[in-house]
Design a protein around this ligand. Structure first.
Ligand SMILES: Nc1ncnc2c1ncn2[C@@H]1O[C@H](COP(=O)(O)OP(=O)(O)OP(=O)(O)O)[C@@H](O)[C@H]1O
Ligand SMILES: Cc1cn([C@H]2C[C@H](O)[C@@H](COP(=O)(O)O)O2)c(=O)[nH]c1=O
Length: 203
């Protein structure tokens, strides 16, 4: 049997990493064999590309191409083989992030992203996308309180993250059967409960 592909999306500081651990436990408790991965990253070359993307200043064209280079490798070497083997895959971020951050946030051409998506991935897309929705001001507060240095995306301001959030919400509106939108402003326990409820209905 073919596995299923779940992606986790939302602006920085929405609480995705915190909740992914709960989701993985929820799926494993149901006897599902699940692979956890992330973007950018997920493969040795992809992790090197991640380091560049999160630290080096570059233009939107180079940035978008690098996200897709890492993604092509990720799908070919990790995601597709796992799904073909009947395993499930949970990825922190995927192509929706490029539409949200590079097109929505930075104003890069959505048509070019669509062309890159079809060239590198064909019609491949997640079976389910869990979108963590939160006001950018709240997410920024969380990032300020979180220990450690911020990367170059996390340093972007509230206006940028408002555009990213709106782009995510528009994508969710256009593909309602693929998206589960979760109110990420709730307490960690309540967010976990809503994800478990939404995923259980979808299973
Ligand atoms: N529901 C919540 N309520 C309050 N604080 C939270 C909640 N969920 C997570 N946090 C805290 O907010 C901070 C950001 O959470 P987390 O690292 O999970 O976000 P993220 O979406 O993975 O961020 P990034 O995309 O930047 O890695 C952490 O310090 C975390 O403990
Ligand atoms: C896949 C993808 C990611 N980004 C941005 C979003 C985040 O700011 C970073 C990744 O860091 P995280 O802590 O792992 O969330 O990269 C992007 O701009 N475009 C993309 O396609």
């Amino acid at each position: 049997m073919h596995g299923r592909f779940i992606t986790i999306e939302g602006i920085d500081g929405a609480g995705k990493s915190t909740q992914t651990a709960n989701l993985l436990k929820f799926l494993k408790d149901k006897g599902i064999d699940v692979v956890h991965t992330r973007e950018p990253g997920g493969t040795p070359p992809g992790e090197k590309i991640r380091e560049m993307l999160l630290s080096d200043e570059m233009g939107a064209t180079a940035e978008t191409l690098l996200f897709f280079a890492a993604r092509a490798e990720h799908v070919e070497k990790v995601i597709q083989p796992a799904l073909d083997a009947g395993r499930w895959v949970v990825s922190d971020r995927f192509t929706d992030a490029t539409y949200a951050y590079q097109a929505g946030g930075k104003g890069f051409s959505g048509e070019k992203i669509e062309a890159l998506e079809h060239w590198t991935l064909g019609n491949f897309e997640p079976d389910l996308t869990i979108l963590f929705d939160i006001a950018p001001e709240k997410a920024a507060e969380r990032l300020r309180a979180r220990a450690g240095n911020e990367d170059r995306f996390e340093r972007m301001g509230v206006d940028f993250f408002t555009r990213v959030r709106n782009a995510y919400l528009l994508r969710a509106r256009n593909s309602p059967s693929r998206f589960l939108i979760v109110d990420a402003e709730q307490s960690p326990d309540e967010v976990a409960r809503r994800i478990a409820q939404g995923v259980a209905q979808w299973l």
